[in-house]
Design a protein around this ligand. Sequence first.
Ligand code: NAP
Length: 254
Amino acid sequence: MQVAAFQERGLDADYSRFHVDADDVESAVDGAEVLGIEGLNVTIPHKRSVAELDTVETRELAEMTDAVNTLDFRDGKILGFNTDGAGARRALERAGAEIEDGRVVVVGAGGASRGISFELARNGVDLKILNRTASKARELASDIRGYGFEADGAGLDVLSDAVDEADVLVNATSVGMKEDETPVPGKHLHSDLVVFDAVYTPLETRLLREAREAGAETVEGAWMLVLQGAEAFEIWTDLEAPIETMNRVLREKL
Ligand code: NAP
């Protein structure tokens, strides 16, 4: 996806994967800078430890979520960003979802939810985070309120009423990835919803299939993957990302 984007923009650049053990995260980042690598993506399980490195200056969402997925080596500095949240927001906006003042239910309170929830909250949505382990949803909502944004956290017992009143439903749990299961029973879905599933394998999860059948607008998790990558591309290159190309190449691989 990134290589195709570099080629389309005529850049002499490449994108490779490196396996890094937890104990080597700091030396890997320092080494990348010394080698003249211009940017990195960081994935599970290193997003938090990279955010906590003294050498990394975290920006906006990365600072709020304490998680970095993109590093930009620039002017002698190492800047840390979190583009996951923007990827989800851009995926929703692309589908015409109302973000500002929209009523959004996010199911899940793990790493993906943290990025998505912070990003949506700071863009002014009326946010409810619901999770199987209710205490985690309440903790995340409290962290978000700590930054002056609005959010409520609760357990799945209020799912039916919350979805009934919502404009947007986001699945940020891993349910639907391995089995043909859904975190939100189809009977709760309705045609006034935009339903976004962060799970991207399969492309159409059971949640999205049932949402489509209920007449809702659906947004595949693959769009978040493409658009978080597009944000990273734009940070590294200061150029507009060729989104259609990135999307096509990603889907060929998926
Ligand atoms: P995580 O930190 O492990 O969190 C998992 C979440 O799923 C928790 O809220 C957990 O609830 C919930 N959960 C797990 N099994 C459940 C079940 N059977 N019923 C109800 N809730 C359940 O994982 P993550 O990193 O947030 O990732 C979540 C999903 O997002 C994954 O499928 C991942 O692939 C996807 N993702 C997609 C993108 C993208 O670009 N599209 C980016 C990041 C992640 P408890 O707290 O109660 O355990």
